[in-house]
Design a binder for this molecule. Structure first.
Ligand code: FCX
Length: 427
């Protein structure tokens, strides 16, 4: 992985130069301000973080580096990790070198399987993923080097080692979780002739179809990163900023991803679609489906897969999945219901309660579950694990770059109500 390491080193130098130029223009310049609403409203829209792996434009969606979703959605996850952490796609040789390195590190230790097999049978697969990674923390190269007395400038290099070891093991770990939790518990061996996503598809053992392997590739590409302020990425960065190693940081990020307003929403989406299928049949007409959506809202529930904290248009990742579905499973009932929802939900949400929903458009989760279901991956409790496998690439890249740039421990200031009242009185 020499080329990857060199690419990251060069990227850190480029980013540091940009930051030096920004600082030269005024370290104390004010570029953003905070309202009372933001202090009490989850800091929504507050600009207080820099993240150079990806950017979400409210109107054109996710960019990885300078590339739009359309420009990177045909790539391999390995190429995406390279892009996230170096700002550039790898050439052929660098890609092969990176993939060989992953192959060498792919084996999950036996003690991790022992931990996972000892859990109650109905443990959520996200708990298993988070715990599986945490169980390997003792392997952290960063931790060992830090204890020996590591220079700050080298933090990122050993965090990259940890990232490689974690990323390499994710396909085997995730597939093993699926087989322990939902299958007969027998693990399918890793195949070093397959790439990262191909191996995951193979070791799950649910479908040998090429379409399924391609869906895994697309899924792992589209979920890789979404800026620095979302719950999971931010959590992972905060934890790593205390120099807790990447095993702690990745596990923590995954715990955030496991929430129903974040990564778990994709399993909720499919549950919603299957409920519609059960109650209204495979081909509900628009009128009855509209009523079902409105009844869901009136009973105080959200429509899963719709809305977003940043996006104000249809998520291009949703569109990429819809295009995949049109090409590969246009006749599938769940896919057809997901498409019908896309036709009806935005108008209903726009008009709902005086337009209080900031974005009535679908996010990435509204379509992905139907496609997985089509290929026989019908254990939807597992879907967030796939999201997690992909998102770990973003956690790793963000943390490596932040350490490379010497970013300090994260510690925003909180205030009491009294402080806010006094401040308002002053103004
Ligand atoms: N259905 C019903 N109501 C919705 C809604 C939806 N899909 N989306 C937003 N709203 C409501 C909110 O619940 C909130 O109501 P409240 O004032 O009574 O609390 C109001 O609209 C304003 O929220 P808004 O500013 O639009 O959205 P937020 O930034 O607060 O939250 C999420 C964004 C994504 C959490 C919200 O739209 C939601 O709950 N969506 C459904 C769950 C979902 O799809 N999550 C996946 C998100 C994403 F892809 C990810 O991070 O993984």
């Amino acid at each position: 992985m020499d080329n990857l390491r060199e690419g990251i080193q060069n990227h850190i130098i480029e980013l540091q130069l940009e930051i030096d130029n920004i600082f030269a223009r005024g370290r104390n310049s004010v570029v953003s301000e905070v309202t009372v609403g933001q202090i009490y409203g989850g800091m929504r829209g507050l600009v207080a973080l820099a993240c150079n792996t990806s950017y979400v434009d409210p109107y054109s969606g996710l960019y990885i580096g300078k590339y739009t979703t359309n420009e990177f959605s045909d790539k391999l996850p390995e190429e995406i990790f390279f892009l996230l952490s170096t700002g550039k796609f790898p050439d052929k040789e660098s890609l092969a070198d990176f993939q060989n390195d992953l192959n060498k590190r792919a084996k999950v230790p036996q003690y991790t399987w022992d931990v996972l097999r000892s859990l109650p049978k109905d443990t959520h697969p996200m708990t298993m993923l988070s715990l599986g990674i945490l169980s390997m923390e003792n392997e952290s190269v960063f931790k060992k080097e830090y204890q020996k007395g590591l220079q700050k400038a080298d933090y990122w290099k050993y965090t990259l080692e940890d990232a490689m070891n974690i990323l390499a093991k994710l396909p085997e770990l995730a597939a093993g979780i699926y087989r322990i939790r939902f299958g007969d518990g027998n693990l399918i061996p890793y195949d070093s002739n397959l790439n990262w996503s191909g191996n995951l598809a193979h070791m799950l053992g649910v479908n040998d179809d090429e379409g399924f392997a391609d869906l895994m590739r697309l899924y792992l590409v589209l979920h890789c990163d979404h800026e620095g302020g979302n719950v999971s990425a931010f959590t992972s960065r905060v934890v790593n900023s205390a120099l807790s190693d990447l095993y702690y940081a990745v596990s923590a990020g995954l715990n955030g991803l496991a929430g129903p307003l974040h990564g778990l929403a994709n399993q909720e989406c499919l549950r919603f679609i299957l409920k519609i299928h059960d109650q209204l049949g495979a081909d509900p007409d628009d009128k009855e489906l509209k009523k079902y959506i409105i009844d869901t809202l009136d009973s105080g529930n959200v429509i899963p897969g719709y809305g977003h904290a940043v996006l104000r248009v249809t998520d291009p990742r949703f569109t990429a999945f819809m295009n995949f579905g049109n090409d590969n499973c246009a006749g599938n009932h769940c896919f057809k219901i997901a498409k019908k929802l896309f036709k009806l939900v935005p108008d209903i949400l726009s008009a709902y309660k005086g337009g209080k929903v900031a974005s009535p458009w679908p996010n990435v989760d509204a379509m992905s579950g139907s496609l997985l279901y089509h290929y026989g991956l019908n254990q939807f409790d597992f879907y967030t694990v796939l999201f997690g496998v992909s998102r770990v690439m973003g956690f790793c890249a963000q943390n490596i770059l932040a350490l490379g740039l010497g970013q300090p421990i994260i510690r925003p200031k909180s205030v009491t109500n009294k402080w806010v009242i006094d401040k308002l009185d002053e103004n």
